[in-house]
Design a protein around this ligand. Structure first.
Ligand code: SME
Length: 168
């Protein structure tokens, strides 16, 4: 089993890169798109990284990097649904052992799902997949939560929430 915790200075570099594009732009879709690229390219061994946003009782695919994915996930299902229902991060060391796991990325063996919060409410999730078992750590999940908070606080989120609610 292999766990990869990025060195602290790597976290600093990632945060700096995030703040560089957040400082110049507040369009949430634009910033969320660059956010997925940042994580996908600066976190080791990540095969899929992206957003699902809440639309009534479904999670609908948002910006991401990786192969084509499931477009709608009922909040009753999957690791993503569990994260929404529990309003908490879920780290899955072996996805094949997770009851109700939804296999979108055929190469995935481990997964981490972090809820995206806006004004203390869950508006979606940020999902990461890896081909490496036991890839994700608690330290990394806290870091991703911190980055998501920066993204949310520096972007105009409200119209996008309304759009997902309206389109269904
Ligand atoms: N595996 C997730 C579905 C999303 S994909 O991994 C991109 C789940 O079980 O909710």
């Amino acid at each position: 089993m292999q766990k990869i915790d990025l060195p602290r200075n790597h976290f600093v570099v990632i945060k700096e890169k995030l703040m560089n594009f957040l400082t110049n732009e507040n369009n949430f879709v634009t910033n969320a798109s660059n956010f997925t690229s940042l994580i996908f390219h600066y976190f080791d061994s990540v095969s899929w990284a992206g957003f699902y946003f809440l639309s009534n009782n479904n999670l609908v695919l948002g910006p991401y990097q990786g192969k084509i994915a499931c477009v709608r996930i009922p909040i009753s299902d999957g690791v993503c649904g569990s994260s929404v229902r529990g309003k908490r991060t879920i780290i899955v060391p072996d996805v094949h052992k997770f009851p109700g796991y939804i296999p979108c990325d055929p190469t995935a063996n481990s997964e981490m799902v972090v809820p995206v919060l806006y004004q203390k409410k869950v508006i979606g999730v940020f999902d990461l997949d890896s081909p490496i078992y036991n890839r994700f750590t608690e330290t990394e999940s806290k870091f991703v939560s911190e980055l998501l908070e920066l993204l949310i606080n520096n972007s105009k989120v409200e119209p996008v929430i309304q759009y997902y609610e309206a389109v269904g």
